[in-house]
Unconditional design. Sequence first.
Length: 318
Amino acid sequence: MKKILIIENIHESGIELLKDKKDYIFEIIDNPDPIFVKKKIDDCDAVVLRTFKLNAELINSAKKLQIISRHGVGYDNVDLDIIKKKNITLAITATANAVAVTEHVFFMMLNISKSHDMYDKCVKSGEFSKRKQLPKTIELCNKKILIVGFGRIGQSLIKRCIGFEMEIFVYDPFIDESKINSLGGKKVSNINSIIKNMDYVSVHVPLNDKTRNLINLNNMKTMKKTAILINAARGGVINESDLEEALNKNYIFGAGLDVFEKEPPDINNPLLKNKKVFLSPHVASFTEECMQRMSKETIQNIIDFFEKKLDKSMIVKL
């Protein structure tokens, strides 16, 4: 009998996969705290993990733990050194969230380019007749976009960009140029040399030592004054204090952030009051359809692992 600890609730569609499995039992901890999790994780064979931080102390107390199945694709809330040392498998929902995140990126790009609620307020406030006095907005058509990171989300994004007739550039040192070309993009080898020509930059890389502060004041200074930055990946890839300065000094036009260096962000974070930033609370994947897919994939990864048929593309290489 395999015991699964589900830390933070997931969509019922994933739970349903376990109800017909006689070899599995599970327990759901909603609103978890580290002390309670430590008691519960002791005899678990598998853990389902959302945003809760699974640190070294908790992992070391899990004597039977064989697999951590992330409800998502990021894993900066897992102590990788410890799970590598203990030979614990880390799985992600590699295919579930690409469409939802991509649509959220377009939601942000369009909201910023079209000045989000400006038109709505104009009509609702009874100022319809002043429409000709409103600032002009921006079209996406024929604009240049740099996609930073070309995994499943980046590859999903390029399809939508083609639909908007954008000119697409891709930075990802791990993807062959032929692959990028075949999907309609142009591979670039250096962010700093290309970013100055871009109208949009959308970030889709994990946060690590190489990507932290990848977008910073030095390269933002060189960007077009009409440029728009989007981060729906991980906070810290775009340096927040540098972004605040770049916006205030009009180095760039605007930014959309779904993720932050600290989550939730401090209430005194100046970006929260900056009118040039469009914000959302790390919800790019929070569509009904995506929650169902992620829940199913998270649980299926555990089942496939114990049945020795887990797809290698779901496993994080440590």
